[in-house]
Design a protein around this ligand. Structure first.
Ligand SMILES: Nc1ncnc2c1ncn2[C@@H]1O[C@H](COP(=O)(O)OP(=O)(O)OP(=O)(O)O)[C@@H](O)[C@H]1O
Length: 739
């Protein structure tokens, strides 16, 4: 059988420029001529050489074949593909789907030319040659899932899920139904599902009589009438009669249980709601002076933003309702906002955390913002470290990109958020607390416990203009509306100029835009020259080192603009654009770059370093300290990188930061949890599997006042909107089955 690659796939995975170095050239294996484990390993080695697999993926396959006398070719291939897809965010390899993809890929392509949507998830990342090579191997081994399951289970490296649950067996791989897992992901998925369902189920209200929540954390159940009184106070009067109030409902739901998921797009009032929830919890708690409230987020910046927003919302409440509550006490009971790594006590050189089930967190209520960025392993660790009686409130936008690491936990937890799915008890509790009837479409016949504790906020208060409309269109995959709003290929709309999508743009023009900002637009003060001008004018300098106010001003000026890229490599990627922007800034005399480090260099931390107190995603600026006694005249002191911890700047010697990269341009993934006045989203000119609706949506929603789309090939934008991120995971099934 000759390998067949659908024509459309060549473009879908980028241009194919002949044979890649080390490209596997062996004859396609034929059915009936099943390859041996060593033949598959040789093929995998060639794939790794070609850059289609990571060395790590190959190593896992080799290790298992070496260590298991009964290892089959199936095991070698499945292990490598499992590791490869784990690196791409999937928590498991669904055998049925994976094997079916070979047959589907051989079917005629969908109409739509070279940018046609792929029929299946490309399980092997790479050009069309990679897909063809994988398809050849699969055809040689057979595509019957039953045969694969049997071959894997007798290899000695794979245990059936039931077996491991019953015996605690320590096989490196687990097969659960048709899903193949690395053991730790299997364990984490089970743990998350059990903890989530357990916490959600503990929230169910008493079914009979007047609605009342169950006791929690050793307190008396809150009384619905009292809750309603407080909600009316905190939200400034009774709810408007003409619209259902999801924010109050979210407070009511969160109050009655040990878990609440509050999801919503940007500006839908998640923080506004949670600030009121904190006040409500305090107001109905029998011992408010003992209440321990913690705030956390996956990155330092998101943690700082959460604290600032909550502080300012509470100040406004205190001003509006003086004396209604002991506001000072509430502030005092609120911890500082921490990264999850810090909260859980991350330790250098180990995946283990200081906080776990045996050393639980000392909190009664934990609020975690930007929960879409929390990966499976972190969520499992967080849930394990929470005392059973405490409350967890997860805030996030389920439509944003999932975490870089494996898992899409918030997305998996919120699959039914839009539909509601509330049962009669929940509807009664909401009605009693909010004073409004839950609209009929959100009540459903087959509710699960998690749906009862999930609320989606639906009305954006900040994104009402064109940026909000664009985010909605993109989220709905509406290419026509998105293009019309952007003026992409159609006449530019008569709007406020916040959206632009210039065509025929070169990388040099993107640099110009980033360096000097937009001409003739109120967001023009967003070019990078603005923070460099502050630096040149000496804003942060003081004889004894940079001043906190000056450092803050320069960092905030830098944070006004960002170039966000879909890809890392190439002239349209992070690496190429960072280099080009640095070149232009040096040519124009804004930076004096000699080596890697220079004053004004913005950097992003790429690896956690708990000893230094810096974490993946932290953004800082290199500033020179005061001259050292005896140093050369005019040389200044050593460069230190300054970060903002909330409002407070702190610094680390640049030479001590081992894992950083320049940050004028960054990936959309890394921008999550941040917002900029002006966001420039740069797509590559060729289709690429990373281009998805979620990526474009996340890029757009980082923009506060101005958004520029740079799509050298507009069809690539259309393609991105048609592709949804899908991460293989068993979590939705586990949740549906009640774990
Ligand atoms: N019910 C409300 N009444 C009046 N203003 C509101 C209400 N809800 C939210 N807002 C305002 O809308 C803006 C956005 O709210 P908020 O910051 O809470 O949204 P968010 O969902 O947390 O945003 P982000 O996605 O950036 O985290 C804020 O200025 C907030 O004060």
């Amino acid at each position: 059988m000759s390998p067949h690659v659908p024509d459309g796939q060549v473009d879908l995975f980028g241009p194919v420029s002949g044979q890649l170095p080390g490209h596997p050239t062996g004859e396609p294996a034929e059915p009936g001529d099943a390859p041996s484990p060593s033949a598959v390993l040789a093929e995998l080695a060639a794939w790794a050489e070609a850059g289609w697999l990571r060395a790590l993926d190959l190593s896992l396959a080799r290790l298992l074949v070496q260590q298991c006398p009964d290892a089959s070719a199936h095991l070698a291939l499945a292990a490598a593909l499992l590791a490869h897809n784990e690196g791409r965010g999937h928590t498991c390899l669904p055998l049925d789907e994976w094997l079916a993809s070979v047959d589907e890929a051989a079917a005629p392509t969908a109409p739509g030319g070279s940018h046609a949507r792929p029929l299946t998830e490309p399980w092997l990342d790479g050009p069309a040659d990679a897909q063809a090579a994988l398809a050849r191997q699969l055809r040689a081994l057979g595509t019957d899932p039953g045969e694969w399951r049997a071959a894997l289970l007798c290899s000695g490296a794979v245990a059936a899920a039931g077996e491991i649950v019953a015996t605690g067996l320590a096989s490196p791989l687990i097969l659960s139904g048709s899903r193949l897992y690395l053991r730790r992901h299997f364990r984490d998925e089970q743990a998350v599902a059990q903890a989530v369902v357990g916490r959600a189920a503990a929230a169910m209200p008493v079914a009979e009589g007047a609605p009342q929540a169950q006791p929690h954390a050793g307190t008396e159940p809150p009384d619905a009438a009292q809750v309603r009184l407080w909600l009316d106070r905190l939200f400034g009067g009774p709810p408007a009669p003409d619209r259902f109030d999801w924010q109050r409902s979210a407070c009511a739901i969160a109050l009655r249980g040990r878990l609440a998921l509050i999801t919503g797009g940007p500006g839908t009032g998640k923080t506004y709601t949670v600030a009121r929830l904190l006040a409500l919890v305090m107001a109905v708690h029998p011992q408010p002076q003992a209440l321990r409230i913690a705030l956390a987020a996956p990155t330092g910046k998101a943690a700082a933003r959460l604290k600032q927003s909550i502080d300012s919302a509470l100040q406004q409440l205190a001003a509006a309702l003086p004396g209604a509550l002991d506001w000072g006490l509430l502030q005092q009971r609120l911890s500082q906002s921490l990264t999850l790594h810090k909260l859980l006590g991350a330790r250098p050189d180990t995946r283990r955390f200081g906080r776990d089930a045996r050393h639980p967190l000392e909190v009664d209520l934990l609020v975690v913002d930007e929960a879409s960025m929390v990966h499976l392993e972190m969520m499992a660790a967080l849930l394990a470290a929470l005392p059973p009686a405490s409350r967890l409130v997860l805030l996030g936008d389920k439509d944003q990109l999932a975490s870089v690491e494996a898992g899409a936990v918030l997305g998996d937890l919120c699959v039914d958020a839009a539909a509601g799915g509330y049962d009669e008890d929940t509807a009664a509790w909401i009605q009693a607390c909010v004073g409004q009837a839950l609209p009929q479409p959100f009540r459903c016949g087959q509710p699960g416990p998690l749906a009862q504790q999930t609320v989606m906020l639906r009305e954006s208060r900040r994104f009402e203009g064109p940026i909000g409309a664009l985010a909605l269109a993109v989220n709905a995959g509406d290419v026509t509306a998105a293009r019309r709003l952007l003026g992409l290929g159609v006449p530019a709309p008569a709007d406020d100029g916040s959206l632009r999508a210039p065509t025929g743009v070169t990388p040099a023009a993107v640099c110009d835009l980033a360096v000097h900002g937009r001409a003739g637009n109120d967001a023009s003060a967003t070019g990078f020259v603005n923070y460099l001008r502050l630096l040149r004018e000496g804003a942060p300098r003081r004889a004894d080192g940079p001043s906190p106010d000056g450092v803050r001003a320069v960092l905030q000026a830098f944070e006004r603009c960002r170039v966000l890229c879909a890809v890392r490599e190439g002239e349209w990627g992070v690496a190429g654009l960072n280099a080009a922007i640095e070149r232009q800034l040096r040519q124009q005399g804004w930076i004096a770059r000699q080596g890697e480090w220079y004053e004004g260099r913005p950097v992003m931390v790429t690896r956690n370093d708990p000893a230094l107190g810096v974490f993946n995603g932290d953004i800082g600026l290199a500033l020179r300290g005061p001259a050292q006694p005896g140093g050369a005249q005019g040389a200044g002191g050593p460069l230190r990188v300054w970060f903002l911890d909330g409002e407070q700047p702190r610094s680390v010697l640049a030479s001590r930061l081992a894992a950083v990269e320049t940050a004028y341009a960054m990936t959309v993934h890394k921008s999550q949890g941040s917002e900029f006045e002006h966001t420039v989203l740069v797509l590559p000119p060729h289709a690429n599997p990373v281009l998805t609706r979620e990526l474009v949506y996340t890029g757009i929603t980082r923009a506060r006042r101005a958004f520029t789309l740079v799509a050298p090939e507009p069809a690539v934008f259309d393609l991105a909107l048609q592709r949804r991120t899908r991460r293989a995971s068993g979590l939705p099934d586990l949740l549906a089955a009640g774990a």
